[in-house]
Design a binder for this molecule. Structure first.
Ligand code: FES
Ligand SMILES: [Fe+2]
Length: 346
């Protein structure tokens, strides 16, 4: 296993809150760790290591009545915090079952989306909350769910595909979005930001017809944060649109992409279904080229990152290295990105 592929001590997007039903368990794989998700009696999400501490059967395969999880092998019972409540076959009145615990991952529901914290060291999770992602949306507002797809690629290829400006012309060409014939030199200013970098707020490019439906004082800021969250914040006058793509590694070969959307522009809410259709189409264009990429990568070719169109991909690797070092050495993270104006033709 390639240890440096996955970053720890970070929050990962799990799913849109609407997908996690009360009274049901869902087993997931995130950065190669098996985790069972559910909602406790108050409706709050919980996340436990998906192995029964007895003999390792996935707890997600057991029973759940909305309060207690029961393993399907020997019936050990657990509460939603992972504490053992009872061992049916054990005849020992003095034995204290609550000494047995399943590892509980920190989990949060933010603006209707569920995030899990993957620690480097399972004994040190105290400072998890300091790193919660900023989703830019008012506390009481929820994101809409656009799409979820599984990319047949590791997290690195998936992130590069997400922040790569040069593929847009060739992968995302549609008559109503862009035409490959009208290429222009783009110049975008970047700055380091948090655990990533941002493209400084600017007016959207004029050959992007998708934006022309939004009249009046439009500007965009695009931000990328480790481990793989790209946020596009569009201001239209005093209103806003927040469009977020989250990449969550499943394992070394697959990455889940989730797209979520929020807007305070009421007219856009009426356009939600056509917009969602466009969003899905966009994502499936990426998925299409990723299937081809996966085919190409089978022969393990040597790859390159070339020039300014690939500068963001290089920053991503620098950020990853810096984050891994700070976790391993328990030293503060120093953002290695230097502000720069990048040029490319799209
Ligand atoms: S493996 Fe779960 S109760 Fe035995
Ligand atoms: Fe894309």
């Amino acid at each position: 296993m390639n240890e440096s592929l996955f970053l720890k001590n970070l929050w990962y997007f799990v799913m849109h809150g609407s997908k996690l039903e009360k009274g049901k368990l869902q087993g997931r794989e995130i950065v190669g760790e098996k985790i069972v998700f559910g909602r406790d009696p108050d409706g709050k999400p919980f996340a436990l290591r998906d192995n029964c501490p007895h003999r390792g059967v996935p707890l997600s395969q057991g029973w759940y009545d909305g309060k207690e999880i029961q393993c399907c092998y020997h019936g050990w019972r657990f509460d939603t915090a992972g504490t053992c409540l009872g061992i049916p076959a054990l005849f020992d009145e003095k034995f204290n079952a609550s000494k047995i615990k399943v590892f509980q991952y920190p989990v949060r529901e933010i603006n209707g989306t569920i995030w899990v914290y993957i620690p480097h060291n399972k004994l040190q999770i105290a400072d998890a909350d300091e790193r919660l992602p900023d989703l830019l949306v008012p506390k009481d507002k929820d994101f809409l769910h656009v799409e979820t797809v599984t990319m047949p690629a590791d997290i690195d290829h998936s992130v590069i595909g997400l922040i790569d400006p040069a593929h847009v012309t060739f992968v995302h060409q549609s008559w109503y979005w862009r035409s490959a014939k009208k290429l222009k030199l783009k110049e975008k200013k970047f700055e380091p930001d948090g655990m990533g970098f941002k493209m400084v707020r600017h007016a959207p490019s004029s050959n992007s017809k998708g934006y022309s439906v939004l009249k009046g004082g439009t500007s965009t800021e695009i931000n990328f944060q480790l481990p793989g969250v790209r946020t596009e914040h569009i201001k239209v006058g005093d209103r806003e649109i927040v469009s977020i793509t989250c990449l969550t590694p499943i394992n070394e070969n697959e990455t889940e992409l989730n797209h979520i959307f929020y807007t305070s522009i009421s007219v856009i809410k009426y356009l939600w279904w056509p917009l969602r259709f466009l969003g899905k189409q966009f994502i499936h264009q990426d998925l299409g080229v990723f299937r081809k990429l996966n085919e190409g990568l089978q022969s393990k070719p040597t790859l390159m990152l070339l020039g300014e169109p690939d500068a963001q991909a290089r920053w991503y690797f620098e950020l990853k290295r810096a984050w891994s070092m700070s976790v391993q050495n328990k030293t503060p993270f120093v953002n290695p990105v230097e502000g720069k104006t990048l040029h490319w033709i799209t």
